[in-house]
Design a protein around this ligand. Structure first.
Ligand code: NOJ
Length: 565
């Protein structure tokens, strides 16, 4: 595999609205981010991905862009953005923007012009269809956020397609003029000095040649978008063109949000000269999903976490590099979802961190994950901000769940869980803002916050710092970055363990998520002998010891051990 500058780096996702507010309006902003760059540097972060900060009505919190060349005033100015890029650079860090080009906002000039003249140039930037006199919609596709994908084009006798919210009209990638506009914008941002992009919802840009209905899968008579995605062929033409015309000239680093590439497409997406540098491993996020809705999602346990993690490593092999995550702004907190109430504590948060982080691939940390932030309890539907959570609430109620059950589902799944303000201290508003934040802080900030953990050797934050430093340690970097991944088979339930191996070096990474101790059998050494000794490189304070080809680990323990060859 061709080695790339970013392979040995660590990335961090910022959700700007909730990261740090510098001007006391309750909304996080670019100056707030700048004020925390030293914090990120100290953590060991190299790549910083910003969720969208472009001009936007914020109907989907910035994933609905009304001007791709402007910063939303709530986040700051273009000068602030330039300062952020420069300040990050000074610290050896690079900034990624979010590229949201499956759709724009209905408040974007293109869409406004399409409404004025649907048959003109900008009408062709969108998917428009004539209204049927009998009211039949062009297709029965259900938008990701609920309801039909079709909406009236204001002031006209046409409909437009939106696979997300109605304020997010889909852009017509079949139109070369639209594609050129996208590439022009990418190049413009690369010229500003960013390192590249995280690429939003990109699989949706290709639609089938003929639009038609699929069998309904809920009482609403609609069907999931996945049907049309499955039928759509030829996305590679668009993605290859974007790579060649926009990314390659700048050697941009790109990470794709790709949920459902087709079988055998992985090498095309992230292999040698793939469409993207890397893409997220979403196997944990996809686990247990149901077309019925969030209320029907199967809860994940540690054995399933292990199967997802190992399955993805097997699938990727040495085709390319996945980006490894346990949470992001679209998911509940990893510590809450992946660790059940009975086993969630600082020790298991560290164990989870170790096992996800040291797999092969580029580790991403989502803001607050490094201090073990957790889900919040949602007590009323009025507390919800996220549009998909509001829809999920309705879906759950329509399926017969009580108010209490529906809210319980949301407390577990809602995207708002990840969007509460970053918990900087135990001061008012979690040290995020001097004003009441746009979204109420998680009350547990008095206990879980950066300030409390910063000076404490055994905090979750200190563990993350050690983890980052360990992956970068010149003594072990080759193994952690490029080494083979070998699962330890036959472990007890609730244990995740694997080896990372390079020539002459074998490192065990193991987490025991059970309250009781465990002993696991190590695979044989390369010479067929058993491992009998090891040096602990990182642990969470619990006992771990190697003897006679086995490792014993105390309850809730985790261990990264250099095995003696
Ligand atoms: C994926 C983004 O991560 C999510 O937040 C957004 O709602 C959709 N794409 C639509 O842009």
């Amino acid at each position: 595999m061709q080695r790339k500058w970013w392979h040995d780096k660590v990335a961090y996702q910022i959700y700007p609205k909730s990261f740090m507010d510098s001007n006391g309006d309750g909304i996080g902003d670019l100056q707030g981010i700048i004020s925390k760059l030293d914090y990120l540097k100290d953590l060991g972060v190299d790549i910083v991905w910003l969720s969208p900060i472009y001009q936007s009505p914020l109907a989907d919190e910035g994933y609905d862009i009304s001007d791709y060349y402007a910063i939303d005033p709530r986040f700051g100015t273009m000068e602030d953005m330039e300062e952020l890029i420069a300040e990050a650079k000074k610290r050896g860090m690079t900034v990624l923007m979010d590229l949201v080009v499956n759709h724009c906002s209905d408040e974007h000039e293109w869409f406004q012009k399409a409404c004025q003249d649907p048959d003109g140039k900008y009408g062709k930037f969108f998917y428009l269809r004539d209204k049927d006199p009998d009211g039949k919609l062009p297709t029965n596709w259900r938008s990701y956020f609920g309801g039909s994908c079709w909406e009236e084009l204001p002031g006209t006798d046409k409909l437009y397609l939106h696979v997300f919210h109605k304020k997010q009209p889909d852009l017509n990638w079949e139109n070369p003029e639209l594609r050129e506009e996208v590439y022009k914008n990418i190049r413009w941002w690369m010229e500003k000095g960013i390192g590249g992009f995280r690429i939003d919802a990109i699989i949706n840009i290709k639609k089938p040649a003929v639009f038609h209905d699929y069998p309904a899968d809920r009482d609403d008579g609609l069907c999931t978008i996945h049907n049309m995605l499955l039928e759509a062929e030829g996305i590679g033409e668009f993605l290859g063109e974007m790579r060649d015309k926009a990314f390659a000239p700048y050697d941009a680093f790109t990470v794709g949000e790709v949920f459902n590439e087709k079988k055998n497409e992985l090498p095309l997406f992230i292999g040698e000269n793939g469409y993207f540098s890397t893409m997220f491993d979403f196997s944990l996020e996809l686990y247990g999903r149901s077309e019925k809705g969030w209320f029907d999602v199967k809860r994940i346990d540690i054995d399933a976490v292990r199967d997802c993690m190992f399955g993805a490593q097997k699938k990727i092999g040495d085709i390319g590099f996945y980006s490894n995550i346990i949470e992001n702004h679209d998911e509940p907190r990893g510590a809450s979802r992946l660790l059940s109430d009975e086993i969630r504590n600082d020790d298991t948060k560290k164990a989870l961190a170790a096992v996800y982080f040291l797999r092969r691939g580029l580790p991403f940390i989502y803001q607050g994950q490094e201090i073990g932030m957790e889900n919040k309890k949602i007590r009323s539907v009025d507390e919800l901000d996220d549009i998909s959570s509001i829809d999920a609430y309705k879906v759950a109620r329509n399926a017969g769940l009580t108010e209490e059950e529906a809210l319980e589902t949301l407390s577990f799944h809602s995207r708002d869980n990840a969007r509460t303000p970053m918990q900087w201290s135990n001061q008012e508003h979690a040290g995020f803002s001097t004003a009441a934040p746009w979204m109420k802080e998680n009350p547990n900030y008095v206990r879980i916050n950066v300030q409390e953990q910063q000076g404490r050797e055994d905090s979750v934050l200190s563990f993350y710092k050690k983890l980052v430093a360990l992956r970068k340690d010149p003594l072990y970097k080759e193994t952690f970055v490029y080494g083979d991944f070998e699962p330890c088979e036959g472990c007890a339930s609730g244990v995740i363990a694997y080896l990372r191996k390079s020539a002459g070096q074998t490192i065990l990474v193991a987490g025991n998520f059970n309250p009781n101790g465990t002993t696991l059998q190590l695979p044989k050494r390369a010479d067929g002998e058993t491992f009998t000794e090891g040096t602990l490189l990182l642990g969470n304070g619990k006992e771990a010891a190697v003897a006679d080809g086995c490792v014993s680990i105390e309850g809730f323990g985790c261990a990264v051990i250099l095995l003696k060859e």
